[in-house]
Design a protein around this ligand. Sequence first.
Ligand code: RP5
Length: 164
Amino acid sequence: MSTPFVAVLMGSDSDLPVMQGTLKVLKSFDIQYEVKVTSAHRTPAATHQYVTDAESRGCAVFICAAGLAAHLAGAVAGITTHPVIGVPIDAGPLQGMDALLSTVQMPGGVPVACVAIGSAGAKNAGYLAAQMLAIGNPEMAAKVKAERQANAAIIIAKDEALQA
Ligand code: RP5
């Protein structure tokens, strides 16, 4: 059986700086991933081909980032039944609200797990993918729990320093 991996798709290479946040989180959990620039609008046939091919090669979760009329996550969700996480990117004068609504407002039956606009959403896409992969994978589940506890410890230490 092929090793499960996460596919990180983005509508343009201009989305990459924000999406480095996703890649950093995936790396921190030793999750294998592929990065692909492909667009629902500019390269629809290539998007379809990549998604069907990635699924056949063991892609477990798709993360899709796009700005403006951000249809990439929705288009991918229409092709695969694997979980799709959508990251709305702030790429224009509407500050990502256009991308947020385009990503989140999916019709019933074709879900996209839409995270926040921009860098927090990019990071959370990585964490959410790790949590999905942790289902039925005790080793990944332990990593996710340990990371959450480490983060909590940092916040507690900061508060203690403030109180001192
Ligand atoms: C979207 O259009 C991309 O995801 C990007 O966020 C935005 C602008 O793309 P570029 O014009 O920078 O290539 O499809």
